[in-house]
Design a binder for this molecule. Structure first.
Ligand SMILES: [Fe+2]
Ligand SMILES: [Fe+2]
Length: 149
């Protein structure tokens, strides 16, 4: 049974894969943007709803991360929404927002992968990480209700 952190890392891998084609000059840019938005928001929803509350109840070291991570999720979500509203003929604006989004995602993932997830793995038992993973797996369908169309 995969643990919660293993599942979240798998999402990061998927998001990085989507980002490979995420270039303004890609003719499929609009569809890729839509997919990226759904996958990123769905992933952040799982972290906010299940992962962070579980680690929050653990040692105090997690405390500073709690608001930092959710603020970054809001920033990333806001930028994705803004990108969806940006006209495709506004290439330069689009391009600069794409660059900002990439760097936001990169630093956010690095924080989670280098600090947050290893801390969770250290402070929680394999069993509790697996049961959290199972809860997330069962709630997969629900994520759709929290995504934009
Ligand atoms: Fe996150
Ligand atoms: Fe994440």
């Amino acid at each position: 049974m995969p643990t919660a952190t293993e599942q979240l890392l798998k999402d990061h891998k998927m998001i990085r894969k989507i980002l490979e084609g995420f270039h303004v000059d890609n003719p499929r840019f609009p569809e890729i943007l839509k997919t990226l938005q759904r996958v990123v928001l769905g992933h952040a929803w799982f972290e906010d709803q299940f992962f962070m509350p579980a680690v929050k109840s653990r040692p105090l070291i997690f405390k500073p991360f709690w608001s930092e991570v959710s603020t970054e999720h809001e920033d990333i979500g806001g930028l994705l929404a803004l990108l969806r509203k940006t006209e495709f003929k506004e290439k330069k604006t689009l391009q600069s927002r794409v660059i900002t989004l990439r760097s936001l995602l990169e630093t956010h993932f690095a924080k989670e992968e280098d600090v947050l997830f290893p801390l969770a793995d250290q402070s929680m038992s394999r069993e509790s990480l697996e049961s959290l993973g199972a809860i997330m797996e069962r709630r997969k369908e629900e994520v759709r209700d929290h995504l934009p169309r």
